[in-house]
Design a protein around this ligand. Structure first.
Ligand SMILES: Nc1ncnc2c1ncn2[C@@H]1O[C@H](COP(=O)(O)OP(=O)(O)OP(=O)(O)O)[C@@H](O)[C@H]1O
Ligand SMILES: [Mg+2]
Length: 280
């Protein structure tokens, strides 16, 4: 069973004795504490659905600026792990921290997004009847850190921010096109751009290159490599040539736990990994 959040209105960054204020005063501190250079820390996370353990004491640490690939067979728990990190699913047990101090198991989904974790689901969800630029404008205005109305005009620095992100995802030439007219790969990039304008510290990407052409897949790998360092990225993907192009550490999930971790060549040579993939 998924337990409801034990204390959904817990204030973050305050000692426990200070949780007795009325709700509505929820504050997520802006500064992320990266003292030990770890941006995401999961320890012994378990999630059960009707007695089935989708995550089984999963532990994982992602360094600040890291580009981590997560692979594993269907049903391994990869998406469920992202659900836990983003607050969509509450773990039955275990710890989940963003930086040193933000306890993700005590934050709501909007608070987690606000704290700097952006997530991209597999299917692109862009506004097809708006232009590429307007999509980014809407994403920027949805950023709760900025107090504004939907009708307020963009400030110059916000236009610059959008332009920089458009260039980064190679959609600058498409700014005035309707999003619905983009290729599947371009829609995926637009959705990544919509995350980027909100300046997340950690990006979670679930099967970002599914359905892309080989060229789009290569460009996506280049984009993620370029984002690493200034961002931390956790990328779930089945496409091994894409994972190889990312060039970072790879974590193999199986039956809700980490089976192996290391560079791609090392995990691919691991007997247990081969067994899981070949079903022997
Ligand atoms: N809401 C839910 N209710 C019941 N079972 C669920 C739920 N979400 C996930 N599961 C089960 O948990 C297991 C892990 O699912 P999950 O979607 O995390 O796997 P995955 O590694 O992302 O797989 P895929 O590669 O196919 O996307 C699966 O057996 C799935 O059926
Ligand atoms: Mg999945």
């Amino acid at each position: 069973m998924i337990q409801p959040a034990p204390d959904r209105d817990a204030r973050v960054g305050e000692p426990p004795g200070h949780r007795d204020r009325p709700s509505g005063h929820v504050v997520v501190p802006g500064a992320l504490d990266l003292t030990h250079n770890v941006i995401l820390y999961l320890e012994d996370i378990s999630v059960s659905f009707d007695g089935f353990r989708a995550l089984n004491r999963l532990s994982l640490a992602i360094d600040a600026g890291e580009l981590r690939a997560i692979i594993g067979p269907n049903g391994a728990g990869k998406t469920t792990m992202m659900d836990v990190i983003t607050g969509k699913t509450r773990p039955d047990e275990g710890k989940a921290f963003f930086g040193q101090t933000l306890d993700l198991t005590r934050l709501t989904e909007p608070q987690i997004a606000h704290a700097g974790i952006g997530r991209k689901f597999q299917k692109p969800t862009v506004f097809e009847h708006h232009t590429v630029f307007e999509n980014l404008e809407l994403a920027l205005k949805a950023d709760k850190r900025v107090r504004r109305t939907l009708f307020a005009r963009l400030a110059d620095d916000e236009r610059d921010r959008i332009a920089a992100v458009l260039a980064r995802v190679r959609l600058a030439a498409e700014a005035d096109r309707l999003a619905g007219l983009l290729s599947h790969g371009q829609k995926q990039w637009l959705e990544i751009a919509m995350l980027l304008v909100q300046e997340p510290r950690l990006l979670l990407l679930d099967e970002p290159v599914a359905g892309m052409t080989d060229e789009e897949t290569e460009r996506t790998a280049e984009l993620f490599v370029s984002l690493a360092g200034t961002h931390s990225l956790v990328v779930v993907e089945h496409d091994m040539s894409f994972v190889a192009a990312l060039g970072g550490k790879v974590t193999v999930l199986h039956e809700g736990a980490v089976l192996a971790e290391g560079d791609l060549a090392t995990v691919q040579a691991d007997e247990r990994v081969i067994e899981v993939y070949l079903g022997r």
